[in-house]
Design a protein around this ligand. Structure first.
Ligand SMILES: [Mn+2]
Length: 237
C-alpha cells in the first residue's frame, strides 16, 4: 500500500459519518466510483456512508443502472450538508459548478479525473488524475491495491463506468483504463450490463430527441439547439 493510500484509509477510518457527493445529474462513472468507495469504506471501517447527488437522474440508462444495482441515493435537498460534514467528492471537484457542494464546505476527500482545480487542494486528501479516462479506473486501482475482492455486480458497475466515460475505450486517455476493464471483464454480469445499456426507452425520450433535432442549426463547428424546458439536463450529452 502506498503512503497516499494509507492516508486515504486513515481519514476514512477516523470519520463516523461520510457523505459521498456525486456531480449533478450523475452519470455511470460517478455512480460506479461512489459504489466502489462505499465498498472500500464498508470493508475497512464501520463509518456510515451515504451517497448523494444534485440535479436529476434522467437518462433511462442511468435510471436502469440505479435500479439494477439497487443503489441507495439521497437527493441533496433531502439531506443536510454542513461545514462539519465529511464529504467525499467524486468525479467532480469543488468550484467546478457541476456539483451541489454548499459554499464554505471543504470536502475531506476529492477523487476525480478532470483537470485539477485549485480548490481541490484544500481537501485533506485529493487524487486528481486528469490523464485517466474515468474516475472508476482510479477507484478500481484502490480496490486492487487494498486487495479487496469486488462482487460481480460492483465489477459490472465499475466496468460500465469506465466503458461509458471512455466511449468503449474509444477515447481512453490512459492504458490504465484498458487494464482495469480487462481485469474486470471476467467478473462482470453480462445480463446486467445488457440491461443497463439497453433499458426501455420512454416515448418522451424520442419526442425530446426529435424536438432537439428539428431545432438544430450548425454554425461552423458548433451545433446549436433550443431545447426549451421540455428537455431533461442529462439529455444534452
Ligand atoms: Mn467521469
Amino acid at each position: 500500500m502506498t503512503g497516499d493510500l494509507k492516508k486515504f484509509i486513515k481519514i476514512l477510518s477516523s470519520k463516523r459519518k461520510i457523505i459521498i457527493l456525486l456531480h449533478n445529474n450523475p452519470d455511470p462513472d460517478s455512480i460506479a466510483s461512489a459504489l466502489g468507495i462505499k465498498y472500500i469504506i464498508n470493508n475497512i471501517c464501520s463509518s456510515k456512508v451515504l451517497i448523494a447527488y444534485g440535479g436529476i437522474i434522467g437518462r433511462a440508462e442511468n435510471q436502469e443502472m440505479v435500479r439494477c444495482l439497487r443503489v441507495k441515493l439521497k437527493h441533496v435537498n433531502d439531506i443536510e450538508i454542513k461545514r462539519s460534514s465529511n464529504v467525499i467528492l467524486v468525479d467532480t471537484q469543488p468550484g467546478t459548478g457541476n456539483n451541489s457542494l454548499p459554499k464554505g464546505v471543504v470536502p475531506i476527500i476529492v477523487i476525480d479525473h478532470h483537470p485539477l482545480k485549485r480548490a481541490a487542494k484544500a481537501a485533506l486528501y485529493y487524487d486528481v488524475r486528469s490523464d485517466y479516462g474515468s474516475a472508476s479506473t482510479i477507484v478500481f486501482e484502490y480496490l486492487k491495491a487494498l486487495k479487496i475482492n469486488v462482487t460481480r455486480s460492483l465489477a459490472t458497475a465499475i466496468f460500465y463506468g469506465i466503458k461509458t466515460d471512455t466511449d468503449d475505450i474509444g477515447r481512453s486517455r490512459n492504458a490504465r483504463d484498458d487494464l482495469a476493464m480487462n481485469a474486470l471483464y471476467p467478473l462482470i454480469l453480462p445480463g446486467m450490463l445488457l440491461k443497463m445499456q439497453h433499458p426501455r426507452i420512454p416515448l418522451e425520450y424520442y419526442m425530446q430527441f426529435s424536438h432537439a433535432m428539428k431545432n438544430t442549426c450548425i454554425y461552423k463547428d458548433v451545433i446549436i439547439s433550443d431545447l426549451e424546458d421540455r428537455c431533461t439536463p442529462d439529455m444534452i450529452a
